[in-house]
Design a protein around this ligand. Structure first.
Ligand code: FE2
Length: 157
């Protein structure tokens, strides 16, 4: 069984991307800084959608269903998550640096909308590091442990 997709988190990614794309249409330094962020954020969000968010769906399913957590996708997901989590944290560093540049440009031009967008993107990345990534990691470890227990008891999902 494929893990449930938690669309609100993916929708938040899309909404932030759309606002960044709008900012990137601005002339001058602000637009250039936003364009840099678009290039960094687009592949990063796609990766999170595919690797960091599905484990939260596993957690959701485990909390809402009595069925054993067992699926070939979960084993593959855990492997990818273990490899990609440190990479995603490194990508955040580049995103924070680009956000700092965008914030400076927005402050110089008094662009409140972009200042607000920068705050939201910083908060969103911090929330991922403090909540989403650890929850994804714990969900996967829990799933692996449960799959091992079910396998040893001969239970299938
Ligand atoms: Fe992120």
């Amino acid at each position: 069984m494929k893990p449930t997709t938690l669309t609100p988190l993916q929708q938040e990614h899309r909404a932030l991307q759309e606002r960044l794309l709008l900012a990137a249409r601005t002339r001058g330094e602000l637009g250039a800084a936003a364009e840099t962020l678009v290039r960094l954020v687009h592949p990063h969000f796609r990766k999170e959608d595919r690797i960091a968010l599905p484990p939260l769906g596993v957690l959701f399913d485990a909390a809402h269903s009595p069925a054993p957590v067992q699926s070939p996708e979960i084993g593959a997901l855990l492997g990818r998550l273990e490899i990609e989590l440190p990479v995603m944290i490194e990508e955040h560093k580049a995103i924070f640096a680009a956000l700092s540049r965008l914030r400076s440009a927005a402050l110089q031009t008094g662009n409140r909308e972009t200042i607000h967008l920068v705050r939201q993107l910083v908060r969103q990345a911090r929330a991922e590091e403090e909540h989403v990534y650890p929850a994804a990691e714990m969900a996967m470890r829990h799933a692996r442990q449960l799959m091992g227990e079910y396998a040893s008891r001969g239970v299938t999902g």
